[in-house]
Design a protein around this ligand. Structure first.
Ligand code: AMP
Length: 397
């Protein structure tokens, strides 16, 4: 079975086409600037590059372009559309309704629509993607895989905010958490690599990319995570501020004569690595290189970045009353030995001993052989996780 994995944004559409027998990626591509001048599609399949600059006025046009690219006689991956057996869609917010991936029907579409208030930037684009895909590929079963679903096992002591309770019951204001597909994939893979049943293991997963979140996974279940009602909460990210005093909003609105909306946009788009470094960069590589070269703005940014993550590692070890492994994943977690070294400084009391040579060599186990708590690098693969869920659900029909 071949599965098309889709991540639809408001003006972009990323996809991977995966052969589930071998789990090989047959094609990988992206439509950009949908509905904007200069729209295009780029695809790589079997070493061949397919690139077309063509007007894509909406997501339906984009899916038509995807089918054309996948079935292109020169640079495509399959002969015709009948080889696209199912589609798996990434959906950002499943609210409290979705605790796992589901086959998409009208009811599911309505429920995703009901969650728009919780993810006004993402869910509408995800819905548009699903509808357009259904129009272009009628009869192809579609599955929704939610970023929030894995964290639905959090107990209420972890997901409730200290706000009037009726904000939760009436408005569903609570911690949801995101990157769930990645946290789940990585925790399952880590248990395999450790050769132990996941039910017996306590993990802190550090998903560190442009967006970052940490989770506490106890026995294969998420019991806490750093992102909240929205992806703004938690550790320092590329452009997001992470945890802070909510009273800062009113203070800044007055001091800067801005609306709450404008200030929230600063928290999301001009803060984090970018903001704290005084505009140097939102990209960890730039911050890290500048910090190593002695730039003070970059050094303070790297210090805050690493410190916040280390604080959560300690907090989550306590939340689980134990720890078997700290796991690094995503762009920064998988690639930056400097980030891992900085984060893991002064954690010996937890039973952690790093092996810097293994860390630099990017081995799977980067703690010393006698370290009681293991430290691991486990590459994430959200597309494969979506494809596996899709296969399981479509296979059961
Ligand atoms: P992601 O959102 O998972 O694609 O991760 C993006 C982040 O990973 C950016 O901050 C990059 O600077 C960082 N990153 C990617 N590759 C490397 C690398 N080789 N070394 C250090 N950081 C990296």
């Amino acid at each position: 079975m071949n599965i098309l994995v889709i991540n639809a944004g408001s003006s972009s559409l990323k996809y991977q086409f995966i052969d589930m027998q071998t789990e090989a990626v047959l094609a990988k591509g992206q439509c950009d600037r949908i509905g904007i001048e200069g729209s295009n599609i780029v695809q790589k399949a079997g070493g061949k590059v397919y690139k077309v600059i063509a007007p894509l006025k909406d997501h339906t046009d984009a899916f038509d372009a995807v089918v054309k690219a996948l079935t292109d006689p020169e640079a495509g991956a399959v002969a015709d559309m009948s080889s696209i057996n199912a589609a798996g869609h990434r959906v950002v917010h499943g609210g409290e309704r979705f605790t796992r991936s589901v086959l998409i029907d009208d009811q599911v579409l309505r429920a995703i629509e009901e969650n728009i208030a919780l993810a006004p930037l993402h869910n509408p684009a995800n819905l548009t993607g699903i509808r357009a895909c259904g129009d272009v590929m009628p009869g192809v079963p579609m599955v929704a895989v939610f970023d929030t679903a894995f964290h639905q096992t959090m107990p209420r002591r972890a997901y409730l905010y200290g706000l009037p309770y009726d904000y939760y019951t009436r408005l569903r204001v609570r911690r949801y958490g995101f990157h769930g597909t990645s946290h789940r994939f990585v925790s399952q893979r880590a248990a395999e690599l450790l050769g132990r049943p996941i039910e017996q293991l306590k993990f802190v997963i550090c998903h560190l990319g442009n967006g970052s979140s940490i989770s506490a996974v106890d026995g294969g279940r998420s019991i806490d995570t750093t992102m909240g009602l929205t992806p703004l909460e938690g550790v320092l990210m590329g452009t997001r501020a992470g945890d802070m005093d909510p009273a800062i909003t009113e203070f800044l609105c007055g001091a800067e004569d801005k609306s709450a909306h404008e200030i929230t946009s600063v928290y999301n788009k001009q803060s984090g690595l970018l903001g704290l470094s005084g505009g140097l960069s939102s990209d960890w590589r730039d911050i890290c290189d500048a910090a190593l070269a002695g730039d003070d703005a970059a050094r303070r940014t790297a210090e805050v970045f690493a410190y916040r993550i280390r604080k959560y590692i300690g907090a989550y070890a306590t939340a689980m009353n134990g720890l078997d492994a700290v796991i690094f994943t995503a762009g920064i977690g998988e690639n930056s030995h400097d980030a891992r070294r900085l984060i893991m400084e002064d954690t010996e009391f937890l039973g952690i001993r790093m092996d810097e040579a293994k860390n630099k060599a990017r081995e799977t186990f980067i703690s010393a052989d006698d370290s009681r708590v293991k430290v691991m690098i486990v590459p994430t693969n959200e597309e494969l996780a979506i494809a596996r869920d899709t296969l399981e659900i479509v296979g059961k029909r």
